[in-house]
Design a binder for this molecule. Structure first.
Ligand code: GTP
Ligand code: MG
Length: 342
């Protein structure tokens, strides 16, 4: 460990690795900051670290938790996390919010809502990064999951607000995808319309408060409706029929049952081999997404392509060239530039 003028000592690859192996939370936090950094030197160290810790990864159950703002995701994660700790597990919580709409205030809100969990020594709660486009956030989140696993966490919960693409992104990096819902206000139909139930392994109607008869009845009715809807769609797994349940995150009611369903899901898809297949498929899709991303960046940054692009675009605008012929021309330029280099 060396000090570089700043008050915080610079960590070497060995320091990071040893810290993660000890399950040191502050080293985990710093390693996630490292993978979030776009500085080339940090990227290089982050890649070495990820390569080094790879053998210690893959052992956690990764669970995505989604739902509209205010449905109670953070409250639910606090209750679920504490329940899991009670059963002897170590729990990491990551959040994905690519909209950048989150202000300092709501991060603070999250921390207050997860106060007991975030302060527990068997938990690690990472507030969502405040900025970044979805592609970048997806990469750092995947890498953060690996780092949490290397630090010995048994369960990684990934929270995302249920709007649009971020759900797809989270679904592509977790083993089990859970959607929290609210009863009433036409919510049931909205969920069905949005196609949410097609990707959910579990639907949980929250705010079924035990002391509030009307609310818990409405929640049970909504869950029954969802259950019927789930039964008529083709499930994405051959081994698991998605379930609709109710809970009250605020009163930690029904949380153990929700977790039992997650375990049932895990057992079913592990026995059928789908658990491993899903992880492999996710890795392959991610590999190709990364390759597409990087090849496109190389193409766009290529000197010869840049030089030619303006003329080509002009030719398209003047109706002299079709876009597909133009694409071929640019690729030829790129290819010949590459072979010149060789
Ligand atoms: N009555 C009742 N209120 C709840 C329950 N769960 C959460 N809430 C309340 O609902 C509000 C929103 O809860 P959050 O946990 O912040 O919801 P969220 O889904 O994380 O919201 P965002 O992070 O903004 O997307 C808070 O006031 C909670 O206290 C519940 O089971 N019953
Ligand atoms: Mg929240």
């Amino acid at each position: 460990m060396t000090t570089s003028g700043s008050t915080r000592p610079t960590l070497s690859l060995d320091d990071f690795d040893a810290g993660l192996q000890r399950g040191d939370r502050s080293i985990l936090a710093r390693s996630i900051t490292l993978v979030e950094s776009s500085r080339p030197a940090d990227r290089e160290l982050a890649n070495s670290l990820l390569e080094r810790v790879m053998p210690n990864t893959g052992n956690a159950l990764r669970v995505g938790i989604s739902g509209v703002p205010g449905v109670g995701k953070s409250t639910f994660i606090e209750a679920l996390g504490l329940h899991l700790i009670d059963t002897g597990k170590r729990v990491a919580v990551l959040a994905i919010d690519p909209t950048s709409s989150r202000t300092g205030g709501s991060i603070l809100g999250d921390k207050t809502r997860m106060l007991n969990l975030s302060q527990h020594k068997h938990a690690y709660v990472r507030p969502s990064p405040t900025s970044g486009e979805l592609g970048g956030v997806a990469r750092t989140s995947r890498e953060s999951i690996l780092l949490c696993e290397a630090a010995g966490y048994d369960v990684v919960l990934v929270e995302t607000v249920g709007v649009g693409q971020s759900e797809v992104v989270v679904d592509s990096m977790v083993d089990c995808f859970m959607v929290l819902m609210l009863a009433g206000a036409g919510d049931e139909l909205q969920g069905i319309k949005k196609g949410i139930i097609e990707v959910a392994d579990l639907l949980v109607v929250n705010k079924a408060d035990p002391a509030d008869d009307d609310r818990s009845l409405a929640a049970r009715q909504a869950a029954a409706l969802y259950q019927r809807a789930l039964e008529i769609i083709t499930p994405r797994s051959n081994a698991w029929s998605p379930r609709a349940l109710t809970c009250s995150a605020l009163h930690s009611h029904g949380i153990a049952e929700v977790w039992q369903s997650v375990c049932d899901f895990q057992n079913a898809v592990t026995a059928s081999g789908e658990f491993a297949t899903r992880r492999n498929t996710q890795q392959h899709q991610w590999l190709w997404a990364q390759l597409e991303d990087r090849l496109l960046t190389r193409f766009r940054d290529n000197k010869a392509v840049k030089e030619k692009l303006q003329d080509i675009q002009k030719a398209i605008d003047n109706g002299e060239l079709s876009a597909s012929v133009a694409a071929d021309r640019l690729l030829e330029t790129y290819d010949s530039f590459k072979s010149d280099e060789l």
